[in-house]
Structures are given as structure tokens and as C-alpha cells.
Ligand binder design. Structure first.
Ligand code: UFG
Length: 323
């Protein structure tokens, strides 16, 4: 049995679908504060909160858990700067509870959702795993702290972990069973789709004076189903006795904010207002991953490299939930 903590959320629910497709049994531990009950369409839902260690103990008592995938976290970089306590308590402290109960139950395999934000401002691009990790916000800091704790627990207690550092997760399940939906919406592609559908009067570009070709920030957009396949490879690797490791997950392709907006206009055949505003604090100009390590070591092959195909999947889902 695989425990998916935060499996009712955007990324966790896609991994849950893929795991079930491949015949794994899953139990989803989620407090449904950000996740959606309707997204738990496979496996069993256990309504629990990581801040409550007894609830974690209960789920381990109830199910024979072999390994854990941990997605539960707050995800807004800007909010983490304004309210760091929220991030250190939920993303860091509550993760310590999970690790504690894993060790109590002798469950020593975990896949952890880490982030490009652990690297901070890039010193070179594309960013590989050797790049220094100097986060510039509490969100990235808390994720890096968990990576460090897992390293120590590996040495001391034999915990085996894989930390997967996502760049910009995006897109939706091609069958549109599940997709991305945050409340309030905070991420670029769903925000642009909201403008396309008329739910939002415009899309704002945060900064047009970056040192990039068109002046807007460049990001590495990686499809959530490709993230799912990477998790399954990492899980198999750990279940087969693999050593702890960290991998960056991106397409290695950068798209600017303007390019993403143009791609949305092409895919949706809708026009909408684009407003140029000031830079948002803490946005590096360019964030692009080198994913050579995960390709070479785990055999990962992303299927969605065309930004239009990625947006098509997100658009299909976005229309479905906004009927
Ligand atoms: N952007 C806009 N307008 C908007 C929203 C975003 O121009 O209305 C721009 C941002 O400035 C950024 C790009 O679009 O340049 C992407 O922004 P997102 O907010 O969608 O994503 P981020 O790159 O800020 O964040 C992502 C993940 C985080 C993770 C971070 C790592 O969502 O969880 O990458 O750096 F921490």
C-alpha cells in the first residue's frame, strides 16, 4: 500500500491516478484544506491532518504502508514571505511528524515534493543538481530544510528518500478527470485561462524589463502527468532498494510569460486584455532545469514538451470546471 499525503491536491491527485492505473493500491491522507474531495477518484481517502500526530499514527495502523509520497504543502512563494510561520509550521514541522511516524512504523521509503525554489537566484542555467541551494524565500527554505533532515535521517536511521525538485508544474490529465484549481488562483497558466474564459478581465504581466529576449520572465513548464511518471520511477527505484537521491524535474525548455500568453491565445482562439505591471518581488529572470540526471538514472522521458499541447490539456480541464 502506498500512502499519498496531500493526494487530493493538484499534483498528488495526478500521481494517485497513475499509480492506480499501474495496479498500486493507494491511501490518500489529506485534510482537504486545499485539496478537493472530488479529486480522490482512486484509492481510499483518510481525512487527516499532519499537525495531528495521532491521526498520522491511525493511518499507519489501519493500512500496511510500504512507502510514502508526500505532497502536502502550502505553495505560494509570496505568501511565505509575508507569513513565514505558516510555511515553517506546515511545510517543515508537520513533515517532521510524518517522518517520525514513518520511523515508528519502520517505513523507510519516501518520495518528497521539493522545488526549484530551493536553489534561489540561479548562478547558471540550466540548473542541475550541483547548483548551490540558497533559497530566497521561506517556501524554498522550508523545503530545503526537509531535504536536509531526510539526509540526516538516512545516515542515522536508514531512511531512503528521493527529493524531486519541480520547476513549474502545469497542465492537466489528458482525460480531464482531474486538473489544476487553486482558490484563489495564483499560477500563471490557470490565470491566463481565466482571462480567456472571461472570468478575469485581464492577465497581468509581472515585469517587462527582465534581461530576456522579450523582457518577461522565463520558466520551465513541466506537465503534471510527466511529474507523475517521474514519481512512479522514483518509487520503483526505492522499492528496488535504491539509495537516497535528489533530482530536478523540468523540460529543459524555457518559455517567457509573453510566449505562454500567445500560446494560450492560439490554443483557445480567444483574445483578452494583457496588462503590463511592475515586477513581482522575488521572481528570478530565468529558471530552467537540467533534468539529465533523472533521465540517465531513472530513465525518465517527459512526453509533453510542446507548450501548446500542455496548454490544450489545461484548457480542456478549465472548460470542464467552468461550465
Ligand atoms: N506571472 C505573471 N502574471 C501572473 C502570474 C504570474 O506575469 O498573474 C509570472 C510570474 O512573475 C512568473 C511566471 O509568470 O514569472 C510564473 O509564475 P507562477 O506564479 O505561475 O509560478 P512561479 O514561477 O512563481 O512558481 C513556481 C511554483 C512554485 C515554486 C517556484 C519555484 O509554482 O511553487 O516555481 O521557483 F516555488
Amino acid at each position: 500500500m502506498i500512502l499519498i499525503v496531500g493526494g487530493a491536491g493538484y499534483i498528488g491527485s495526478h500521481i494517485n491516478k497513475e499509480l492506480n492505473k499501474q495496479g498500486y493500491q493507494t491511501v490518500i491522507f489529506d485534510n482537504l484544506s486545499k485539496g478537493h474531495k472530488e479529486a480522490v477518484r482512486w484509492g481510499e481517502l483518510f481525512d487527516g491532518d499532519l499537525s495531528n500526530i495521532e491521526q498520522i499514527r491511525e493511518v499507519f495502523k489501519k493500512y500496511p504502508i510500504d512507502a510514502v509520497l508526500h505532497f502536502a504543502a502550502f505553495i505560494e512563494v509570496g505568501e511565505s514571505v509575508k507569513d513565514p510561520q505558516k510555511y515553517y509550521q506546515n511545510n517543515f514541522k508537520n513533515t517532521l511528524n510524518l517522518l517520525q511516524v514513518m520511523l515508528e512504523n519502520n517505513v523507510k521509503k519516501i518520495i518528497f515534493s521539493s522545488t526549484a525554489a530551493t536553489f534561489g537566484s540561479p548562478e547558471y542555467t540550466p540548473i542541475d543538481e550541483k547548483h548551490p541551494q540558497n533559497p530566497i524565500n521561506p517556501y524554498g527554505q522550508a523545503k530545503l530544510m526537509v531535504e536536509k533532515v531526510m539526509r540526516d535521517y538516512d545516515v542515522a536511521y536508514g531512511l531512503r528518500y528521493v527529493a524531486l525538485r519541480y520547476f513549474n508544474a502545469c497542465g492537466a490529465d489528458v482525460e480531464a478527470d482531474i486538473g489544476e484549481s487553486h482558490n484563489p488562483e495564483s499560477h500563471l497558466i490557470p490565470l491566463i485561462l481565466d482571462a480567456a474564459i472571461g472570468k478575469r478581465e485581464d492577465i497581468k504581466i509581472f515585469g517587462t524589463d527582465y534581461p530576456t529576449e522579450d523582457g518577461t520572465c522565463i520558466r520551465d513548464y513541466v506537465h503534471v502527468t510527466d511529474l507523475a511518471s517521474a514519481h512512479i520511477l522514483a518509487l520503483k527505484y526505492l522499492l528496488d532498494g535504491g539509495e537516497s537521491d535528489c533530482f530536478n524535474l523540468g523540460n529543459g525548455l524555457g518559455f517567457s510569460v509573453r510566449q505562454v500568453i500567445d500560446a494560450v491565445k492560439t490554443v483557445t482562439k480567444k483574445d483578452f486584455k494583457v496588462t503590463e505591471v511592475e515586477r513581482r518581488d522575488g521572481d528570478p529572470a530565468i529558471l530552467v532545469a537540467s533534468s539529465e540526471k533523472v533521465k540517465n538514472k531513472l530513465g525518465w522521458k517527459p512526453q509533453f514538451t510542446d507548450i501548446k499541447v500542455i496548454i490544450e490539456s489545461a484548457w480542456k480541464w478549465h472548460q470542464k470546471i467552468n461550465i
